[in-house]
Design a protein around this ligand. Structure first.
Ligand SMILES: O=C(O)CCC(=O)C(=O)O
Ligand SMILES: [Fe+2]
Length: 471
């Protein structure tokens, strides 16, 4: 079952002042708050008086567009990956994405006239105003972030190479009080995401400690999140916000998102100022659009792109779904051909390093063996093994080395093994006897156990089926 988030609150930073200027004390104060919030959560809420004025029109327009007949919505297509209309009667989420939405005519020409050949001026006007407001906010925040890293000189290059994608989303009401996954947990792959949603909550962001925080909807604020492209450009300087959408109840949730992403042809690459001997370049430079295409053809051919950001992946920080049409080792092989013998992907919430040449594997276990000798610090190992104090789960540090010494000398030396052999044999005998007795009583209860297990398997299958339908 999907759990609800905690009541912790995301920081709120005020961006209502339209004349906020770099260099002023107000700017520096907001910038400082942005830095703190992004370091802690990878996201924050940006309050804005202006967005309140647009609220009714924005959600009115979204209801209007998603209420159109499916056949009409399907007319909105695009030849670029993951744009256009996506929706399916069995899914909760349907969405429409508009490329280069910062150019006002694109909304009118690409979306409005396709859906309403007779015209719908108020719809276009609303979306244009919303895009203008959120784009302005995005540029302000991006400038602040670049300043925080002393990278002001790249502001123009950054902004000039940006494609602002406007995405309209509707999660239909699940008609249940059970929290239901509307968008699986993910990082956005683009640069920055600015979201504005109606009064139905559902967005959750994961804290550093791994807890899900409910992002409560608020009429006067956007939610701002760092995406993987920015993470890569900053050479790991800020972590992306890992988030998901969990809905319940009988009201539809609407969310409008502005996703800033690098245009095709621009290589997302950490600048030389952020790379040195101590901070080697962590990620291979990549082209966002090229990568979306690669994902569709190589990683998940035939995948239904319900949501481009739900299958995000990029050459080194890469999330992909198991169970695509290709066998996993073939997918990984194709990725290695393209991105080299070492790259990392995300499997669920875990990052995994994929090494696919013997030379690299040798490096890992010889030159870099210290890095690989530690164990992941998971919530399970913290909770089940007394804060990772048990030998097999402790991280590679002085405590573990001491334990290893004790284990090698006191438990595993040949002298000790010979001395304790008698006890071991006794233990084995006791264990075998115990198993025999268990088996005997198990056989007696076999029918009952079988029935119990069948019931469990059936409910598991139903749960799995339910999850599959939701995704
Ligand atoms: O529905 C939302 O507010 C967030 C959607 C989302 O995470 C995405 O489109 O990447
Ligand atoms: Fe997202």
């Amino acid at each position: 079952m999907v759990s609800l988030g905690t009541a912790a609150k995301l920081p709120v930073i005020d961006f209502s002042n339209q004349n906020l200027k770099p260099g002023t004390s107000e700017w520096d104060s907001a910038k400082h708050q942005v830095q703190q919030a992004l370091e802690e959560y990878g996201c924050f809420r940006a309050s804005s008086d202006q967005v309140v004025e647009l609220r009714e029109a924005v959600f009115g327009a979204m209801e209007e567009v998603f209420d159109l007949p499916l056949e009409t919505k399907k007319l909105y297509v695009s030849d670029k990956p993951f744009r256009g209309y996506f929706g399916h009667p069995s899914k909760l989420l349907e969405s429409m994405m508009i490329d280069e939405a910062q150019i006002a005519e694109n909304i009118e020409q690409r979306l409005t006239t396709t859906l309403w050949p007779q015209g719908n001026t108020s719809f276009s006007k609303t979306l244009v105003s919303f895009t203008e407001l959120s784009t302005r906010l995005e540029k302000t925040i991006r400038r602040m972030i670049l300043e925080i890293f002393g990278m002001d000189k790249y502001v123009d290059e950054h902004i000039d190479s940006t494609n602002y994608l406007l995405k309209l989303m509707k999660y239909k009401a699940p008609q249940t009080s059970e929290p239901t996954v509307g968008a699986v947990a993910h990082n956005d792959m683009n640069t920055l995401t600015i979201l504005y949603q109606n009064e139905v909550d559902g967005l959750q962001v994961q804290s550093k400690a791994g807890e899900w925080i409910d992002v409560e909807p608020s009429p006067d604020s956007f939610v701002v999140m760092v995406g993987e492209s920015l993470y890569i450009w900053l050479n790991g300087g800020l972590s992306p916000a890992y988030h998901r959408v969990v809905v319940k109840g009988n009201k539809a949730r609407y969310s409008a998102g502005l996703f800033s992403a690098s245009r095709g042809g621009y290589r997302v690459k950490a600048p030389e100022e952020l790379v040195d001997d101590k901070n080697p370049m962590l990620f291979k430079p990549f082209d966002y659009e090229e990568f979306l295409g690669f994902y569709l053809t190589q990683v998940a051919p035939g995948a239904v792109p319900v949501h481009h950001i739900q299958h995000p992946c990029c050459p080194f920080v890469l999330r992909y779904r198991l169970g695509g049409q290709q066998l996993t080792h073939k997918t990984l092989g194709a990725m290695a051909d393209k991105h080299g013998p070492v790259f990392s992907i995300r499997l669920g919430s875990n990052k995994v390093l994929v090494v696919s040449s013997w030379e690299m594997a040798k490096e890992c276990f010889t030159v870099h063996d210290k890095v690989f000798s530690t164990r992941p610090n998971t919530v399970a190992s913290r909770l089940l093994t007394y804060d990772s104090a048990m030998f097999g789960f402790a991280p590679y540090e002085p405590y573990w080395r001491e334990m290893r010494k004790i284990a090698t000398v006191e438990l595993l030396s040949s002298n000790r093994i010979v001395k304790t052999r008698g006890y071991e044999e006794l233990e084995y005998l006791v264990m075998v006897k115990y198993l025999q007795e268990e088996m005997k009583s198990l056989q007696e209860n076999l029918q009952e156990v079988k029935k119990h297990l069948q019931g469990k398997i059936k409910s598991l299958q139903e749960k799995l089926q339910e999850e599959t339908n939701l995704q």
